[in-house]
Design a protein around this ligand. Structure first.
Ligand SMILES: O=C(O)CCC(=O)C(=O)O
Ligand SMILES: [Fe+2]
Length: 324
């Protein structure tokens, strides 16, 4: 089987110190404070185009595979489906990675995680080494391909701490769709266009997001960085005291910054989950099961009267934030 052997279209330098220069103290502060940051011209055009060229080549060789989405139905079943129009490759597969020089180098470098670690001097240790991260290449064939609302780290035993999305679409234009839509809890939704060399970084355990239906072929890659410090027991279960509820704004602020929001999000964003699932999966195998799983999680939440009341109030807060 062949290796990538094309001439790169534009000259570039693989400059790993660039990561540290791009992740300025201000951007790292934003990531820590807001849980997310967007950086344009992250690698420089030539380097980003080289990655795109390798990904296009891989697709041309027929080596990208249909997406595999696994999820647990609340009834205990483990299920696996494919999102229509989404094709992926995990670079832990060395039979693929070794054919792609720039992807291989990106997979092995430690400079990105070293630079990101400076944002979290205490509290969040980022894993080093290739076993502590995943690099996934993704091609969206257009024709409506998208991702429903989700957290990249839905809870234990997942170890993902940071999600880094690098977009590789030099000719993206308004109307092509495929924006990544961040819905930070109880805050205004942000639709981000998948432009060439744009890096979006966020905390995997607390930034709800989806991808809008895409009408044009779209390429991107994701780096997930693990941490041994995500998902401690107190962040997977919700305990609410009366005094917390007396200070509603304080309670909302706590949830905005805490992964515990994941316990409530399907209730707070009930319709948005359903709509995004419909956009992504309607007519495809697995749609009914995913919708059913979502609805039974929501009705489980609503069975608890106190929780139901809190969710109703949070829905109003979320709706107001989205209007602002
Ligand atoms: O395609 C994107 O922009 C993001 C994909 C995503 O959310 C994921 O793979 O978890
Ligand atoms: Fe995601």
């Amino acid at each position: 089987m062949a290796n990538f052997d094309e001439v790169y279209r534009e000259p570039f330098e693989r400059c790993l110190t660039r990561f540290r220069d791009q992740l300025t103290p201000t951007r790292l502060r934003d990531l820590k404070r807001d849980g997310r940051v967007v950086i344009d011209n992250f690698l420089g055009r030539g380097w980003a185009l080289a990655l795109l060229q390798e990904m296009r080549w891989l697709h041309g060789q027929g080596l990208m595979r249909p997406n595999e989405t696994q999820f647990s139905h609340p009834n205990g079943q483990r299920l696996q489906f494919s999102k229509p129009n989404i094709f992926e490759v995990d670079l832990h597969d060395d039979s693929i990675r070794n054919r792609l020089p720039e992807m291989n180098a990106l997979f092995h470098q430690e400079a990105l995680v070293e630079a990101l670690a400076a944002a979290f001097p205490e509290g969040l240790r980022l894993a080093r080494g290739t076993q502590g991260r995943t690099l996934k290449l993704q091609r969206n064939a257009g024709s409506g391909g998208c991702f429903p609302l989700h957290y990249d780290n839905p809870g234990p035993p997942n170890k993902r701490a940071l999600t880094c999305l690098l977009y590789l679409n030099p000719s993206w234009k308004e109307g092509d769709g495929g924006e990544v839509c961040l819905t930070p809890f109880l805050q205004k939704e942000e639709a981000i266009a998948p432009l060439l060399d744009r890096l979006v970084i966020f905390r995997s355990d607390r930034v709800l997001h989806r991808v809008l239906p895409c009408n044009a072929e779209r390429f991107m890659l994701t780096v997930w960085i693990d941490s041994p410090d995500v998902n401690p027991p107190e962040e997977s279960t919700l305990r609410i005291s009366r005094s917390q509820l007396d200070d509603w704004l304080g309670f909302c602020e706590f949830l905005r910054n805490s992964p515990v929001q994941r316990v409530l999000s399907r209730g707070v964003y009930e319709e948005q989950y359903e709509q995004s699932l419909r956009d992504c999966m309607a007519g495809a195998e697995g749609y009914e099961e995913m919708l059913d799983a979502h609805r039974s999680l929501v009705s489980g939440l609503k069975k608890n009267r106190a929780l139901h009341g809190i969710i109703e109030r949070l829905r109003q807060t979320a709706a107001l934030a989205d209007l602002s």
